[in-house]
Design a protein around this ligand. Structure first.
Ligand code: RP5
Length: 164
């Protein structure tokens, strides 16, 4: 199975990345995690993206906050699919990173998830990897069913409390 490459701009983004790695662990999807910054370590960020396909990655996740150029900078250097996670910063609540990540010019796409959306970034990455892996596709189907069952159980509990 191809790996998911996860890059964050700073170790301060790690709590958001943990949501992604937990999700990938639960689906048995292999991944690598790195700290490369579009601004502080641009050469390493570029090299990671340039070599990602030949290093066995099938999709990349890039998480950054503030003037969040990491996902775009990664996407500029590979034609692997890139998923951007805008991270919430202290001053602008993540709106800065959201707009920096989502507003890519035509030609260099970044599939942007919600602010701090590590879980959905991992799920989307898994769905991309699952295009060529039937067993992973089955695990994703099972997760959808389990998630729906959990919501219906909550509804049933609510009926007992409010509607009986
Ligand atoms: C971004 O700046 C990082 O992705 C992080 O979200 C934000 C702040 O970084 P630190 O100052 O906490 O290292 O590049």
């Amino acid at each position: 199975m191809k790996k998911v490459g996860i890059v964050m701009g700073s170790d301060s983004d790690l709590p958001i990345i943990k949501k992604a790695t937990d999700m990938l662990d639960s689906l048995s999807v292999p991944y690598e995690v790195h700290i490369y910054s579009a601004h502080r370590t641009p050469v390493e960020a570029r090299d990671f993206a340039v070599n990602a396909r030949q290093n066995g990655f099938g999709v990349l996740i890039a998480a950054a906050g503030m003037a969040a150029h990491l996902a775009g900078a990664i996407a500029a250097n590979t034609t692997l699919p890139v998923i951007g996670i805008p991270c919430k910063s202290s001053n602008l609540d993540g709106m800065d990173a959201l707009l920096s990540t989502v507003q890519m010019p035509t030609g260099i796409p970044v599939a942007t998830v919600a602010i701090n959306g590590g879980g959905n970034a991992a799920l989307l990455a898994a769905q991309i990897i699952a295009l060529e892996d039937k067993e992973l596709s089955n695990r994703l189907d099972e997760k959808r069913k389990a998630d729906a069952a959990a919501v219906l159980k909550k509804d049933a509990d609510l009926q007992k409390t409010f509607n009986s």
